[in-house]
Design a protein around this ligand. Structure first.
Ligand code: ACO
Length: 428
């Protein structure tokens, strides 16, 4: 009997099975051989919300949630946030190594020269109502890009995958900025190829009459750090959506629209928006204990706290807290930061949060920075979607060439009726 195996006795027929353990994992399909009778379908595993199921092998991102470690391709997030730029980190995530000088130049060139949007996309954005949620606009328009690039459907062609990767990473900030300016009734600003990825994004958002827009270096750095921190997070809800939708061999724009739609939800990318609403509602440090009591009794959740994987301080939250202080030194103190810091202190001393291992996640402080930068809350998930596009694409590219992957299609435990007799409407 090999050491790395599981001995399972199925008490129904009284049979014993040897299930191999590889990488600390058993294969769910190995349980199918266990049958109560000859015509039984075989045993399935039940794992709603995939809380204990690995859906793929991946080399992109490593997380140790118990200790609070996050690494992209083996590099700790703290080092990347400190020393890298978003575009360099995106390259690392997509291609598995830090680029050398020439690779970085070529990569930067390719991204920079695909930042323009087709003029019809501009009209598409104009078609939304003036107060349309920008994330809703992103979901719609990024999906619409597939109609502009029909070559994207050739997902088995590495050159096509490469081209769509450049286009998506390049165009997301432009799309986001157009959506933002649409909400404000401002004319769209076209990309400026002289600026960095982050600098150009700020230019497209905030340029007014200036002929020579110069982004503030502190804000440009803050955007870079935020983008690096949000670039990937292994098999989260939106990455899983990207992989699941992409597994039907749809084009990457449609799969990205699905991933963005997943990110839109308040339990995922929408959480930082909820954090701002929560902090605003609390309004005063004196009211924190009253709110903490509510959260503990199940009346709402302490938004920005808790994580499916991190049962320790989210390493991104630590970096963001520092960045928030740097940005607020420039833009002026936001009273919400003081409420957030006090709320964190109180929660981390409270038995309810301690025993459930609920710590601040990436969203707890990110909204405060976004607000200090002047973004309305509706833009928060969009600011998450831009950098996460690199992660989604890295996950998608890995999935497309993985011989073990097939169309994602879970099983179910059917709990409904069977074999009913159709009753005409007049007799119901
Ligand atoms: N406030 C209060 N209680 C909480 C919170 C919270 N934020 N999060 C979890 N709990 C409690 C639950 O009520 C549950 O308690 P119980 O065991 O007494 O029933 C226990 O902690 C475990 O919670 P689950 O919901 O089982 O944890 P799960 O892993 O499913 O959820 C999630 C993770 C969705 C992130 C959750 O912690 C949450 O809702 N947090 C607030 C929303 C948020 O900040 N989301 C951002 C996540 S990070 C990201 O997407 C970028």
């Amino acid at each position: 009997m090999p050491d790395d195996s599981l001995t399972v006795k199925d008490n129904r027929p009284g049979k014993t099975y040897e299930i191999p353990i590889t990488d600390g994992t058993v294969r769910a399909i190995d349980f199918r051989q266990m049958k109560a009778s000859e015509d039984d379908f075989g045993l399935m595993t039940y794992d709603p919300a995939f809380t204990n199921t690995a859906s793929c092998r991946s080399e992109v991102t490593f997380i140790d949630g118990d200790v609070g470690i996050l690494e992209y391709r083996g590099y700790p997030i703290e080092q990347l946030a400190e020393q890298s730029t978003y575009l360099e980190t995106a390259f690392l995530i997509l291609y598995g190594h830090l680029p050398n000088k020439q690779e970085l130049e070529e990569w930067t060139h390719n991204i920079t020269y695909h930042t323009m949007l087709h003029e019809n996309i501009k009209k598409f954005v104009e078609g939304f109502r003036y107060d349309a949620h920008p994330m809703g606009m992103i979901v719609g328009t990024v999906g619409a890009l597939s109609t502009f690039y029909p070559d994207a459907r050739h997902i088995d062609d590495p050159e096509s995958r490469e081209m769509q990767t450049w286009r998506l990473i390049a165009k997301m900030p432009t799309l986001a900025a157009f959506c933002y300016r649409h909400n404000r009734g401002l004319p769209y600003v076209y990309p400026d190829n002289e600026l960095t990825y982050a600098g150009n994004f700020l230019n497209m958002l905030w340029r007014m009459g200036e002929t020579d827009y110069k982004p503030d270096p502190v804000l440009e750095k803050a955007i870079n750090v935020l983008f690096i921190l949000h670039a990937d997070h292994e098999q989260n809800c939106s990455a899983n959506a990207m992989r699941a939708v992409g597994s039907s061999k749809t084009d990457p724009y449609s799969a990205t629209a699905a991933a963005a739609a997943a990110l839109y939800g308040p339990l995922h990318g929408g959480a930082n928006e909820e954090v701002i609403h929560m902090l605003t509602e609390i309004g005063d440090k004196k009211r924190i204990p009253e709110f903490v009591q509510k959260f503990k009794s199940g009346e709402g959740r302490l938004m920005g706290f808790g994580h499916r994987v991190y049962k320790n301080y989210d390493p991104r939250a630590k970096i963001i807290k520092r960045t928030a202080e740097e940005v607020l030194d420039l833009t002026g103190r936001n009273p919400l930061l003081d409420i957030a810091m006090e709320l964190e202190r109180i929660a981390l001393e409270d038995e309810y949060f301690v025993s459930r291992k609920l710590y601040p996640n990436v969203d707890f402080y990110s909204g405060i920075i976004y607000q200090a930068l002047g973004f309305p809350v509706e833009m928060f998930p969009v600011l998450f979607a831009i950098p996460r596009t690199a992660g989604w694409l890295a996950q998608w590219r890995e999935m497309v060439v993985d011989p073990e992957q097939k169309i994602a299609r879970p099983r179910q435990i059917y709990t409904g009726d069977r074999g009913l007799k159709y009753v005409p409407i007049g007799k119901r």
